[in-house]
Design a binder for this molecule. Sequence first.
Ligand code: AKB
Length: 315
Amino acid sequence: MRNILVIGAAGQIGSELVPYLRGIYGENNVIASDIVDNPMLSGSGPYAILNALDRVAMYDLVRKHHVDAVYNLVAVLSARGEADPMWAWNINMGSQINSLEIAREIKGAVFTPSSIGAFGHTTPPDNTPQDTVMRPSTIYGISKVTAEMLSDYYHLKYGVDARGLRYPGIISNVTLPGGGTTDYAVEIYYAALSKGSFVCNLSPGTFLDMMYMPDALKAAVQIMEADPSRLVHRNCFNVSAMSFEPEMIAAAIRKHIPDFRIEYSIDPIKQSIANSWPNQMDDSAAREEWDWEPEYDLETMTADMIDKLKVKLGA
Ligand code: AKB
């Protein structure tokens, strides 16, 4: 049985990963933390207000709860990071090095979500290999590549059980993402139900990998529970579930809301970031080494998103 500390728990992934982990490992064995409160998480198990850059406070929490695995969900995402690169670097790298240093002390494990943002313009964009050129052009991407390399380093040098995934854009209906390039693929569902139309900030034809939240949660647990003797890679695995461009998601929504309209007002920063990311990754290493297999595609995800958001928005 694991005792897990989740840092950055109040964000898009954490607000669903914490209940998911609590369902598997027991509610008292998953300590959620963030710099702000999250009543949903603090009402359902241990919760701490924690600045992930404060290593002493984080270590105190780890000792108090006998933690043996840290899930580091702290991140300033791609587009937001470009507005204040040094701030983004300090938060992204500070939380990562603290997680790894504490895991080294306790001989524990670390889960690191990397991203399609770790790739760059010189990466092959189609069927992007697991092992390939990684020269990202955003501070977010640079921090993700560094986190991947540090995680491997801590594994090889200190035996930290560091593992990670290169997540695509994650689509969910509980907590909105913020500051990402792929955020449009979440916002479009809210707009479709509340207004019947959406102004997209990426151009038609911009293909990106995406994944529905239930698959993202399943992948996080599966990689951390994977038999280590099967892992050739550790930090980090390409994982994808679908690849689409804005016209395709709009068409999928129209099957449920026939009058839905999409218009375009391109955000040059987000467009240039998206252009530097893969169209579609090859995730065969994850499939071979720990049996990764997503459940949702664009059609099944869209049906579920619309059902759930109808209830949430009273639409
Ligand atoms: C972003 O768009 O920055 C994130 C990501 C793909 O890592 N959603």
